[in-house]
Design a protein around this ligand. Sequence first.
Ligand SMILES: Cc1cc2nc3c(=O)[nH]c(=O)nc-3n(C[C@H](O)[C@H](O)[C@H](O)COP(=O)(O)OP(=O)(O)OC[C@H]3O[C@@H](n4cnc5c(N)ncnc54)[C@H](O)[C@@H]3O)c2cc1C
Length: 418
Amino acid sequence: MTAGHRAPRRVGVVGAGMNGLACAWFLQQAGVDVTVVERTDVAAGASWGNAGLLTPALSVPLPEPSVLRYGVRALADPRSPVSVPVRADRDLARFLTRFVAHCTGGRWRRGMAAYRPLNEQALEAFDELARGGVAAPTRVAPFTAACRTEREAEHFAAEIGRVVGAGQAVDVELLTASELRDQLPMLAPSMRMGVRVLGQRAIDPPAYVAALADSVRACGGKIVTGVDVAGVRRDGGKISLATRDGQYAEQFDAAVLASGAWLPELGAAHGVRTPVHGGRGYSFTVDAEHPIPEPVDFPGLRLACAPYRGGVRVTGIMEFQRPDAAADERKFATIRESAAAALTTVDWSSARDHWVGARPVTSDGLPLIGATATPGLHVTGGHGMWGMTLGPLSGKLLAELIVTGRTPRELLPLDPCR
Ligand SMILES: Cc1cc2nc3c(=O)[nH]c(=O)nc-3n(C[C@H](O)[C@H](O)[C@H](O)COP(=O)(O)OP(=O)(O)OC[C@H]3O[C@@H](n4cnc5c(N)ncnc54)[C@H](O)[C@@H]3O)c2cc1C
C-alpha cells in the first residue's frame, strides 16, 4: 500500500461488459464493496456477439503499416469489410488522423512492448476467475488461420513473426493443404494452407459474461441495470454517479469507467484525451452439418468463425461508425458472401442472432487502464479487437492500483491520460 493511500470501501463501476465486471470481481477479492451500473443489461455492448477467442498470440496494436495499405485499398471498395461513413464527423476525422500517424513500424514495436506482458498473463487471469467461482469454462482451442494462397499464409506468418520478434513466445504449426483438410474438412477447397497457433483458448461470450456477473452478485456485489450514467463528479472526496433525470444518484469512494466504445462521453471531461472510436463488427450464427470444431480465422477474407452452441458464429467487418447507429444490413450480406467462400455444409437459411457491436478502438492501439485526472476516478477499456482476451487481466491490474495506490508496471504505458 502506498503511504497515505486509503483503500476505497465502496467502488462504483460504469458498464457491465467484460471489462467492468472483471474489475468489479477483482476489487471484491480485495474486500471492496462494488456496485456495477449499466444502462442496458449485462453484456449489452461488444461483450455479447464477439467471436470469443482468447488469443494472446494475436493481441497486438491495431495501427501498423499494412493496416494502412489495406485500409486505403479497402475504402475504395463498397463491399469491403473495412468502412468509414462517407462524411466523417469531427471526432472520427480526429481519430483517423491520429490512427494513421500510429501506423509505423516503430510505434507498433513500442506498442507491442506494452502488450507483451499483458499477453503473457492474460490466460492466467481466466484461471484465477475459475478458481474464484466463475462457473463458465474456457476451452483450450488452437486457432487456425486458413489461407487461400501462399501470400496470405506468409502475411499471417509474418504477423506472428513480429509478435515473436517482440519477445513473446508463440507456438505455431504450418499445415499443408491435406493436413488442413484432415483437421478441418468443412473448409472450402479454396483454403489451401493453414497456420495453426497452439495454446490459445475460447469462450462462449454471453455465457461467460453472465457467469462473471453471477459471481459478482454471489460475492455480495450489486449490478443495477437501466441506469444511464450522464454525470461523474467529485464532491467532498467522493465520486458521484448520476443519471440526467436524477432518478439514480449514488456516491462512492472511487469509481471505474468501463463503458466500452462510449468511454469518451464520460471520460473526456476527466482528462481521457486519447481518441476512442467505435470499430463496429457484425456477427450471426448458422447451423452446419459439420460445424468447425475450433476457431478459424480467414485472414484474406477478414472473417473469424468460432464454434457456438452447436453451430458456427461468423464474425467480421470493421466499420468506423457511432456505436449506436443503426446496423447496416448490407454488412451481413458482405460477411455471408465471404463466409460462403470459406465454409461448406452450412445452412445459410438458419442464420440467427444478427448482431452489431462496437469495439472500443483507441487511436494509438493501446488500451486505457488506470487513473484519470480526477482523483478516485479510473478507466479500464479501449482494448479494440482484444477486450475479451485482456479484460480479466486488465480488471485485476486496475483493482490492484485502486486498492494499493501503486500503479502495476504493466499499466505504466496504458495511462488513460497519456
Ligand atoms: C465482431 C467482434 C468480434 C470480436 N471478437 C473478439 C475476440 O474473439 N476476442 C477478443 O478478445 N475480443 C473480441 N472482440 C472485442 C471485444 O468484444 C471488446 O473489446 C470487448 O467486449 C470490450 O468490452 P468492454 O467491457 O470494454 O465494453 P462493452 O462490452 O461494450 O461494455 C460497455 C458497457 O457499458 C455500458 N455503458 C456505456 N455507457 C454507459 C453509461 N453512460 N451508463 C451506463 N452504462 C453504460 C454499455 O451498455 C455496455 O454494456 C470482438 C469485437 C467484435 C465487435
